[in-house]
Ligand binder design. Structure first.
Ligand code: UDX
Length: 439
C-alpha cells in the first residue's frame, strides 16, 4: 500500500520506517526542513536502537521517502497517519492539540479523492469525533474523507519491536464509515496474520485505551514507590516486597521497579492531561487518584537529595557529587521530564558540585541544563566525588567494578536510585550504600 506518515518525531519516524519494513511504500512528512533533510540521508535526530538502520535500509530500498509538502502527501497516498505530538499545555492544564489540529487543517483541503486519515497521537477523549467533522468540512472530497483512530503503545528504547510486534492493535472506527476497518486490516496484515489481537471499537473507546494504559502503568510505578516510602519508615525492603508480589499472576512483576519514578514524554504529561479531561467531562473525582500518583512520583525525586544530605553529614554545599544518568530511562537519549536531570538540578540547588554522565543523552542534557557540569565517562564523573548517585539504569553502570570506582572517588558513598546495582558487591568493596525503599 501507499501510506504517508505525518510528523517524524519518535512516533512518526518509527511508524514510517516500520510501515516500510512491512512492505508498504511510505512518504514521511514533516514541517521542519532540517529534519526532513537529515532523514533523507538516513540520519535520525534522536537515538533509538535499530531505527537508524531501518530508516537507512528503506531510504536505500526506495520504499521510504520524505517530504515537507502536504500537497505531495495528498497526491501520493490515500491513507495518512497523523503522528504528531500532544505536549503538555504551557499552563500545565491539559494537552496542547495545536499540532494534531494543524495536520487536519493543512491536509484535509488537499483531499480531493476518498481518503483516510488515521490518528495515532495520544489525545483527550472526544478529539477524534471533533476532527472527523472538521475533515468532512474541509476536504473537497467531503464525507469521502474519513478518520480512524489507532493509538500507538510503543516504548522508547523498544520502538521498532513494539511497532512490528505490538501486544494489540486498537482500531477506533467511525460508525458512519465501517469500511475503514478493512483499510486498517490491510495496513497491518502482517502483524494480524502473526496473531496480534485487534480490538475494533468506537472513537472514544480507542482514545481512552491509550490514556487508560498509561494511567495504569504510572499508577503501578507510583504504587510500588508508595510502598518504598512505607518500607523506608519500617526498615523493610521494597525490592523483596516487589519480587514477592510479582509471583502473584494477578499482580505481575512488570512496572513494579521502585526508584526515582517515571519520567519521559508520555506518562507524566498523559496522566495530567487525563485528569484535566475528566474535570471537563464532569467526572474529576474518578481520576483524582492520578493527582496522588503524580505527587508520589515527584516526592521520590526529592527523596534523593534528602538521602544525599544524610549520607554526607547534613550539608551538600561544595560537595562533589557524580550523577550517573541523564536520560529518563536507558536505551534512550530522551531527557523530557527526566527524573535523573531533575534530581541533578535539585542536588545543585542544595549547593553540590554536580558532574553528570550519560551514555547517550549528553548533548540534550547540556542544552537543557547548561548550569551542570558534564563528564565524558562514568569514572571521570566520579573523580574525587564524595557521593555517586545512580539515576538511569544503563547496563554500562551495572558493569562497573565497584573497586575500580572506589579508586577514583574521594569518599565511597553511593545512592542507587534505581535499585538495580548489586548492593552487596558495592558494600564489599568498601562503599556506604543507600537505596530508595531499602534498609
Ligand atoms: C510509555 C508507555 O510504556 C508506552 O506504552 C507509551 O506508548 C508511551 O509511554 P515510555 O515513556 O517509552 O513508554 O517509557 P516506559 O518504559 O513506559 O517507562 C516510563 C518511565 O517509568 C521511565 O522513566 C522508567 O524509568 C519508569 N519506570 C518504569 C519505573 O520507574 N519503574 C518501572 O518499574 C518501570
Amino acid at each position: 500500500m501507499r501510506l504517508t506518515v505525518i510528523g517524524t518525531g519518535y512516533l512518526g519516524a518509527t511508524h514510517a520506517a516500520c510501515m516500510a519494513e512491512l512492505g508498504h511504500e511510505v512518504l514521511g512528512v514533516d514541517v521542519e526542513p532540517d529534519r526532513i533533510a537529515a532523514l533523507r540521508s538516513g540520519r535520525l535526530p534522536f537515538y533509538e536502537p535499530g531505527l537508524d538502520e531501518l530508516v537507512a535500509k528503506h531510504v536505500a530500498s526506495g520504499r521510504l521517502r520524505f517530504s515537507t509538502s502536504y500537497q505531495e502527501a495528498a497526491d501520493f497516498a490515500d491513507v495518512h497517519f497523523s503522528c504528531v505530538g500532544t505536549p503538555q499545555r504551557a499552563d500545565g492544564n491539559g494537552a496542547d492539540l495545536r499540532y494534531v489540529d494543524a495536520v487536519v487543517e493543512t491536509l484535509a483541503p488537499f483531499l480531493t479523492r476518498p481518503a483516510l486519515i488515521v490518528g495515532k497521537s495520544t489525545v483527550p477523549v472526544g478529539t477524534a469525533a471533533r476532527l472527523a467533522a472538521r475533515i468532512a468540512e474541509l476536504a473537497p472530497a467531503g464525507a469521502a474523507a474519513r478518520l480512524a483512530w489507532n493509538p500507538e503503545f510503543l516504548r522508547e528504547g523498544y520502538a521498532v519491536a513494539d511497532t512490528l510486534h505490538p501486544d494489540r492493535l486498537v482500531f477506533g472506527i467511525d460508525p458512519a464509515a465501517p469500511e475503514t476497518e478493512a483499510v486498517l486490516r490491510e495496513v497491518y496484515a502482517t502483524p494480524l496474520a502473526e496473531g496480534v489481537p485487534a480490538v475494533v471499537t468506537d472513537f472514544p473507546t480507542a482514545e481512552l485505551v491509550k490514556t487508560a494504559a498509561n494511567a495504569f502503568l504510572a499508577t503501578k510505578i507510583s504504587f510500588i514507590n508508595a510502598m518504598a516510602e512505607v518500607c523506608e519508615a519500617s526498615d523493610a525492603d521494597v525490592t523483596q516486597l516487589s519480587r514477592a508480589l510479582s509471583y502473584d499472576e494477578r499482580i505481575g512483576g512488570r512496572f513494579l521497579g521502585a526508584g526515582v519514578g517515571f519520567g519521559g514524554g508520555c506518562l507524566p504529561k498523559d496522566i495530567r492531561a487525563f485528569r484535566a479531561r475528566a474535570e471537563e467531562l464532569g467526572v474529576g473525582p474518578a481520576l483524582a487518584f492520578l493527582g496522588e500518583v503524580d505527587a508520589i512520583n515527584l516526592r521520590r525525586r526529592e527523596r534523593v537529595p534528602a538521602l544525599a544530605e544524610e549520607l554526607c553529614g547534613g550539608d551538600l554545599t561544595g560537595r562533589r557529587v557524580a550523577v550517573w544518568g541523564a536520560a529518563f530511562k536507558p536505551e534512550s537519549d530522551d531527557i523530557r521530564d527526566s527524573p535523573a536531570l531533575d534530581v541533578a538540578s535539585r542536588l545543585r540547588r542544595r549547593g553540590a558540585l554536580v558532574s553528570v554522565y550519560d551514555p547517550k543523552a549528553m548533548d540534550n542534557a547540556r542544552k537543557l541544563h547548561p548550569e551542570l557540569d558534564y563528564a565524558t565517562g562514568a569514572l571521570e564523573a566520579a573523580q574525587d566525588a564524595e557521593l555517586v548517585v545512580h539515576l538511569t539504569e544503563w547496563a554500562e553502570f551495572r558493569a562497573l567494578d565497584p573497586r575500580a570506582v572506589a579508586g577514583v572517588v574521594q569518599t565511597p558513598r553511593l545512592i542507587d536510585g534505581r535499585n538495580v546495582l548489586d548492593v552487596a558487591a558495592w558494600r564489599a568493596a568498601g562503599w556506604s550504600v543507600r537505596s530508595l525503599g531499602r534498609p
